[in-house]
Design a protein around this ligand. Structure first.
Ligand code: SAH
Length: 363
């Protein structure tokens, strides 16, 4: 064998090894959040030794000898950095990635995305992915009994049914998406305030724990914000300060009249026919309130970023939607198709945060 092809084979073998075990990366990230490691390092001033970390994490004596190996993996994965190559010695530091997992808003502007990590690495998510090949082979049968997505093969119901069945999953899921909303809305509010000009009422449909609506209400006091979500999600929201109103309902049946509707990470959960049904309800709600100047504000992925990492995030999210919800991430042409089918006349797409876009949809 030639030296170059031998090197290529060795590299390919190592890559295959790393890819085969890459699920460990997700679970180690989840573990780091559960053990509160990013906050502990932050509390030590952004740089902490192993004894520092051990003094502040919930790991009993007999498990402590294992920790250096977890820490080394966190460093190799880019979640932390380390200033000494010796196992177990030196100082661990936060990286730009793990700064996003720190509670202190002075560090990242939005609070920790740790809850987001926990909300997407649940046993529901992880076990669903193990059904992917069986689902592709159609081993769940054909016709009305076939599962729309691997999630349903694994759990006998879709994600919203699972939220209704399991109060803990409901809590973790909504809190996680809420933490991500705070980051996204920081960018939306700073970059795209013009979107909310001329609007006096706004309804965040499928708005989860209300983080998005709250951020809009705080930034634009002329907009009265409300959230519509499933009864199980709304029932879990603590009575708050009255900044936003919460409405329990079903977006497929009826959406109350409003000047503007936000659909953030909602349409990607659904197939094209369901998206058209949702947009049709949105149209009715806006038309009865503000026939001229009303709009739907979609915050979602538009697949096709020219940047490799952003494109990877978009494609990963697309696969997640296929596994979890039976939905998809759409490119420009796919969005265009559902907008035209649901009878909207015009739209404008602008980028937020690299992998995400804000789309204004007009009647
Ligand atoms: N907009 C939030 C949540 C997105 S997840 C965010 O950006 O983080 C999708 C949301 O749609 C969930 O909160 C889910 O409970 C809600 N949902 C699903 N089916 C719904 C329905 N039929 N009517 C209203 N909300 C629904």
């Amino acid at each position: 064998m030639e030296a170059s092809s031998r090197l290529e084979l060795e590299q390919a073998h190592a890559e295959l090894w790393n890819l085969t075990f890459s699920y460990l990366k997700s679970m180690v990230l989840e573990c780091a959040v559960q053990l509160n490691i990013p906050n502990v390092i932050h509390n030590f001033g952004g740089s902490a030794s192993l004894p520092n970390i051990l003094s502040a994490i919930p790991v009993p004596e007999h498990r402590r000898p294992y920790l250096p190996r977890l820490m080394r993996f966190l460093v190799v994965s880019g979640i932390l950095s380390f200033d000494s190559p010796t196992l177990g010695e030196g100082m661990y530091q936060l990286t730009p990635l793990s700064r996003l997992l720190v509670d202190d808003t002075h560090i990242n502007g939005c609070g920790s995305l740790g809850p987001f990590v926990l909300s997407q690495t649940t046993k529901y998510h992880v076990s669903s992915t193990t059904y992917l090949s069986e689902w592709f082979k159609g081993e769940d049968g054909v016709g009305p009994m076939a599962a729309e997505m691997p999630f349903k093969m694994a759990h006998g119901t879709g994600p919203w049914g699972a939220l209704g069945r399991d109060p803990q999953f409901n809590k973790v899921f909504n809190a996680g998406l809420g933490s991500n909303s705070r980051l996204v809305l920081d960018f939306v509010v700073a970059q795209y305030g013009d979107v909310f000009d001329g609007i006096s009422s706004l309804l965040d449909v499928g708005g989860g724990d209300g983080s998005t609506a709250r951020a809009i209400a705080k930034a634009f006091s002329h907009v009265k914000c409300s959230v519509l979500d499933l009864p199980i999600v709304i029932a879990d929201i603590q009575p708050g300060d009255g900044l936003v109103d919460y409405i329990a309902g079903d977006m497929f049946s009826s959406i109350p009249p409003t000047d503007a509707i936000v659909l953030k990470y909602v349409l990607h959960d659904w197939n094209d026919d369901d998206c058209v049904k949702i947009l049709d309800q949105c149209k009715k709600a806006i038309r009865s309130c503000k026939p001229a100047g009303g709009k739907v504000i979609i915050i979602d992925t538009v697949v096709g970023s020219p940047l490799k990492e952003m494109f990877e995030a978009q494609v990963t999210s697309d696969l997640l939607m296929m596994v979890i919800a039976g939905g998809k991430e759409r490119d420009k042409q796919e969005w265009h198709k559902i907008f035209m089918e649901s009878g909207f006349k015009d739209y404008k797409i602008r980028p937020v945060l690299g992998y995400l876009s804000i789309i204004e949809l007009y009647l």
